[in-house]
Design a protein around this ligand. Sequence first.
Ligand code: 5AD
Ligand code: SF4
Length: 428
Amino acid sequence: MNVHDSEKVVGTLMARGYTQVETPEDAQLVLYNTCSIRDKAEQKVFNRLRQFQRRAGKGKIFGVLGCVAQQEGEEIFRRAPHVSLVAGSASYTKLGEMLAEIESGNRRVTGLSLSTDETFDTPFTHRDNPHRASITIIEGCDKQCAYCVVPFTRGPERSRTSASVMDEARGLAERGSTEIQLLGQNVNSYRDPSPAGWDFAALLARVAEVPGIRRVRYTTSHPRDFTRSIVDAMDSNPAICDHVHLPVQSGSTKVLAGMDRLYTRDDYMRRIEWLKTARRNYSITTDIIVGFPGETEEDFEQTLGLLDEVQYDSLFSFKYSPRPNTAALAMGGRVADEEKQRRLVIVQEKQRAIQIRRNAMLIGGIREVLVEGRNPALGQWIGRTSDNRTLNFTVADSNGHDLVGQYLQVRVTRSGPNSLVGESVSVV
Ligand code: 5AD
Ligand code: SF4
């Protein structure tokens, strides 16, 4: 999401006549886009600011954007006096005005209001990748998961109009993009503010019908708002990729209640059942937090049991990290860092074994990939399957063609825990 925000910010700057330079040393204006979802994000930003200022900061204008900007606010000016702009993502709609102030010499410009009902729709998004593109459909979050800083840094939920999303999707298709990723903190609670009133399933289906679009992905889903109609939309639209990222966070209903996730393990498993009994085969991935306050060994074992039961194709796992303003900060039952680390390693080892087994079952099959790049050292092309696996492959004779952006059929010949290897069976 931050990468895509940066594409919008860069585009806004370029539309005002700025040009992009190769290195920060060459720049006159340096903006840091920041994330504060976990760890000591604010500390990292201050360290980077300090180091760069010492090395090459002379005469440059600095700005801090994103969640650390929102979280730390004017404190940033105090701790890093060479910074001139501090703005959270809910203020990017005012980026033009803020830049105008900077250009007229104001050295203390802020955009920190969270009370907004606007979304940052811009025609100026600067995308480097001509084949795959992200589109934000909903910004902010109205959930209040006890561990999560996002509602405090990205503000309240607001959806873009379906017309604006569809215009952007059609424009991207005309420009030659074939894969679109719909983005939001919780895409499932998308609600078209215009009279058309589409929900997420309707929007997903319509984007998938745009001529020229061959793949549509979306992230992230909140299980509570993940409806059967989304599975139906996926089943009936082959352009919607066979992948669902459905963050569970924990396999213990007790911990889920502490997290304020608004679903039980059984509620979650019902969604998994919809996907497993659907007409198409879906790859399911998730996020896990270990060591949330009050998580006992037994709770943790329930998470391990859930991994066995669901058989995810991949997951992101994190040690619980206390975040400012969040409800979990005040909770008892702190889990020691060594214990969090131990649980994290166990989750990752278990999942690695699951992935080795699941990926091995794909050997011999043929998969369509979108070619994303090349690894000259290995003589391989890098492709991605619809179900979001990396499939590195060789091509008998590419006649010197650049295959990036093409769709090819590849036979899987080998597998590892995190990727597949194969050979192209398409004529290129
Ligand atoms: N500590 C650890 N992990 C977190 N996440 C969000 N907030 C925290 C936190 N305070 C994880 C969740 C979420 C993913 C994007 O980051 O698993 O789904
Ligand atoms: Fe954070 Fe929960 Fe909102 Fe996701 S749904 S952004 S975890 S508060």
